[in-house]
Structure formats: C-alpha cells, structure tokens
Design a protein around this ligand. Structure first.
Ligand code: CTP
Length: 209
C-alpha cells in the first residue's frame, strides 16, 4: 500500500528572520513513516522543519508553511491508499509578511493573523480523496467528544487522540499514549509506550479494521 504522512510543525514567517510555530518535534509522524515502511509499504512523508533525520527509504518532501504543506498534499494525496495527518499545522499565518526585518521602534506591535487552510479538512471535500483517512487530535479536555467531532467533520476513518495537557507524553516527548476512535464507533486505547511502538500499533490497527 501507499502511505502519505504529514509530520512536524509548520513555520509561518513574520519577517525575513522571524516566524510563528509550535512545539511539535515531528517524532510521532516520523515514527509512523518508519513503521509503515517496516511493514513493507511505500511512504511519502511531507514534513515541516524538524531536527530529526529522514527515515530511510521514504520519499521525503520538505515544506515550511501550512500553505506549502497544503499544496504538497494536494498534488500527492490521490496516489495514496492511506493518508495520515500527524502534522501540527499552524492554524493561522501572518496576514502581511514584512519584507524587511521589523525594528523595535515602537512600544507595541500588532500582528494580524489569518486562518490557514485546513489540510485534513480538505482531503475529502476538496481533494476528493477516497482512501483511508486518519487525523490526529491534540486535546486538553473532553478528549472523546472533541475527537469524535473532528472525525465526523473531517470525514476521517480514524482519529488518534492524545492529551496534550500531560507533560510526560506527546509534544516533543519520546513516549505517547493515545486513543484511536474509529468511524464505526469503536475505540482502542494504546497505553503509554515509545512513539515507535505506538506508531507500529496504529499502522496495524488502521490496516486491519
Ligand atoms: N490539520 C490540518 N490542517 C490544518 C490544521 C489541522 O491538516 N490547518 C490536521 C492535523 O494534522 C490533525 C488535525 O487536523 O490531523 C488536527 O485538527 P485540529 O487543528 O486540532 O482541529 P480543529 O478541528 O481545527 O479543531 P481545534 O478547534 O481543536 O483546533
């Protein structure tokens, strides 16, 4: 099977030297790419800027911004059988990027943000993707209700939810603990384990159900 996986954060430029981003390390997405490849699948990994090495034998597409990630996914997704959206895409970008470095002349500076395209949310509606679609949900409360809402709204077959309010798992950690919500109503909990082990279990689960 062919997998398309998004990973890492996106970087939204403010001026030539500054950007807005988030704490995603890319570890979970890269672990998923490795697990899919180790299970004998072809993998295209569309990644925001991260500091971990590219997994071997995967087709790595590097992007910076959410708009670049959107375009990269759009042209490739329909070659995939399974698409997993693990990237922590910035919800907003700077409306007017300054061509020059912003000087500290003023006491206060106001940046206006505008919404980025929802890449996962476009998979079915705009890209016409008909394969197996997996989203991630980083929640701090009402994990099940929020994850199930996302699953329905974005036309996913599975949503992998993790509780980002916990310090021992998730963002920039080597371990994770997740719950998989499936469109058929079933749920599966994967107890705290390394991201490599969690990734392997996710790949197995989404292919066998
Ligand atoms: N995602 C995406 N493009 C975006 C934002 C999110 O592809 N611009 C994907 C992420 O990769 C992840 C899922 O959508 O798979 C996470 O969605 P999230 O941003 O948490 O969901 P929303 O429905 O926008 O809800 P929230 O209000 O919680 O931000």
């Amino acid at each position: 099977m062919r997998f398309l996986i998004t990973a890492g954060p996106t970087r939204e430029p403010i001026d030539p030297v500054r950007y807005l981003s988030n704490r995603s390390s890319g570890k979970m997405g890269y672990a998923l790419a490795k697990a899919a490849r180790n299970a004998g699948h072809e993998v295209t990994l569309i990644s925001g800027p991260v500091s971990i090495p590219a997994p071997e034998s995967t087709d790595l597409v590097r992007v910076e911004t959410a708009v670049e990630m959107f375009d990269a996914v759009k042209i490739r997704i329909n070659e995939a059988d399974v698409a997993i959206f693990c990237a922590a895409v910035a919800d907003y970008r700077i409306k007017e990027i300054s061509a020059e470095k912003i000087k500290k002349n003023d006491e206060e500076v106001t940046l206006t943000l505008m919404q980025n395209p929802d890449i996962l949310g476009s998979a079915r509606s705009e890209f016409g993707f008909t394969g197996r679609l997996v989203g991630f949900a980083a929640e701090t409360e009402n994990v099940e209700a929020n994850a199930r809402g996302k699953l329905e709204r974005k036309g996913c077959d599975f949503v992998v939810a993790n509780d980002v309010s916990r310090r021992d798992i998730g963002f920039d950690r080597d371990a994770n603990e997740v719950i998989l919500f499936a469109a058929d109503g079933s749920t599966m909990r994967l107890d705290r384990a390394s991201k490599d082990e969690i990734a392997k279990a996710i790949i197995q689960h989404i292919l066998t159900r």
